[in-house]
Design a protein around this ligand. Structure first.
Ligand code: DGT
Length: 231
């Protein structure tokens, strides 16, 4: 059948050391990406790359995340340049395992966060243009391929209360509006397919409004899809 042929083809690609399966876990701030990654840590043969947010909070003693939230017009470009670098490093890190599971990607940094800063008037045209040229050059010349996006889809209101509860210092001033704007960009990208160069990449949408504990049931249900051939 069609699906057997597809599976054979995927197995063939996996056995070829040059092609390994790359999954990026995406979704708004506080949707539970880290929880999903931690959940699959116990699985063998999967390489987990958590988002380098700690690096952004401490670049040689400087907290770029905090600066960006305090004064996005001045520091948005600085953070996004650094995010783009650390994401590129994650995408291009030599992959030993058949499956690489990444938190976020170069793509969400650009299509959601940079886009949002620019659209809301918090980034100068020139900064946006320079970042876009860098981004385009990277995706054209570097191996930043993704095989599957897992979109943890969550209502902004739910995220708002989770963020308040987790009390990450830099995020305490995030307004609901900011989460709504980022939500819309994720929706336009993954659901309406209105933005981005990744329209052909498969997207697995998971409702992530439940409590984080209940989410484990959903992860288990989708295990084979998220970690093909190794579960
Ligand atoms: P999780 O595990 O789903 O709760 O994920 P978080 O909230 O730990 O991780 P994430 O990626 O949604 O965001 C971490 C913080 O960094 C959050 O304050 C948003 C911010 N952030 C992440 N990526 C970017 C980016 O490319 N640009 C900007 N401006 N902020 C970003």
């Amino acid at each position: 059948s069609q699906s057997e042929i597809l599976i054979d083809e995927l197995k063939e690609r996996l056995s070829n050391t040059k092609h390994k399966f790359v999954v990026c876990v995406e979704g708004n701030i506080g949707c539970g990406k880290t929880t999903l990654l931690n959940y699959f840590k116990k699985t063998k043969n999967v390489e987990i790359l958590a988002e380098p947010v700690d690096k952004w909070r401490n670049i040689d003693g400087h907290n770029a995340l905090e600066l960006m939230y305090k004064d996005p017009h001045r520091w948005g470009m600085t953070l996004q340049t650094y995010v783009q670098l650390t994401m590129l490093q994650a995408h291009t890190k030599v992959q030993e395992c058949p499956v690489k599971l990444m938190e976020r990607s170069l793509y969400s940094a650009k299509y959601c966060f940079v886009e949002n800063l620019y659209k809301s008037g918090k980034m100068a045209d020139i900064d946006f243009i320079v970042l876009t040229e860098w981004f385009n050059w990277i995706i054209q010349t570097q191996n930043v391929k993704v095989d599957l996006f897992v979109y943890l889809r969550t209502d902004p209101e739910v995220l708002f209360s989770r963020i308040k509860q987790r009390r990450r210092e830099e995020e305490m001033g995030i307004p609901l509006e900011y989460l709504k704007d980022l939500h819309q960009l994720h929706e336009d990208w993954f659901i309406h397919k209105k933005i981005g160069t990744t329209k052909d990449v498969e997207v697995l949408v998971i409702d992530a409004n439940s409590s984080l504990e209940d989410m484990e049931i959903a992860y288990e249900k989708h295990r084979e899809k998220i970690l093909p051939f190794i579960s």
